[in-house]
Ligand binder design. Structure first.
Ligand code: ADP
Length: 165
């Protein structure tokens, strides 16, 4: 069975990596699919997010990285994936994920959404927290892959330089 794990991944955190590694053990093939985050201005462009994911997933032979626009179920159909994987952290993730899963099932009942529970150590981890802590000068070592920690630091320095007169 081929699965799609969609998300913004802006940037990928250790919480995402944990879900990807576990999904790779459950499904024959996993496509990590980067979506443009609607409404939110991304820090990293799609290309940069895909590059980081590809490096981080290089050791997983049945995982590939792609991007998509438009309806997730249409993308899953095109890629012949029968499962959508999502991660669940706190109860607060539930209403949004529930709504999405029900809508996706209405759009295409043959595609099943499967939820994987977060690891306890990643329960409070999100891309937003990782960006905010880095921007404020805090350490995110251990919360995101090393290459992401470094790229994030460089990106935020770049942003500070650009905002200087
Ligand atoms: P989106 O904007 O689509 O929610 P994200 O990149 O924030 O994209 O998340 C993609 C998926 O990964 C979502 O299902 C989200 O709940 C899950 N996820 C994010 N962080 C974690 C984490 N720390 N542990 C488990 N799942 C997570």
């Amino acid at each position: 069975m081929r699965a799609v794990y969609p998300g913004s991944f802006d940037p990928v955190t250790n919480g995402h990596v944990d879900i990807i590694e576990r999904a790779a053990r459950v499904f024959d093939e996993v496509i990590v699919a980067v979506a443009p985050n609607r409404g939110k201005e991304p820090l990293f462009c799609i290309q940069e997010r895909m590059e980081m994911l590809s490096e981080v997933c290089a050791h997983l032979k049945n995982v590939s990285v792609d991007s998509f626009e438009g309806l997730l179920v249409s993308y899953a159909e095109r890629r012949q994936a029968g499962v959508i994987v999502r991660g669940l952290r706190a109860v607060s993730d539930f209403p949004y994920e529930f709504e999405m899963a029900l809508m996706n099932r209405r759009l295409n009942p043959s595609i099943e959404t499967v939820f994987l529970m977060t690891g306890a150590e990643n329960a409070y981890l999100s891309s937003s927290v990782v960006k905010e802590v880095t921007a404020l000068g805090g350490s995110i070592d251990g919360l995101a892959p090393d290459l992401v920690v470094e790229r994030l630091r460089l990106k935020l320095q770049e942003e500070v330089r650009e905002s200087e007169p």
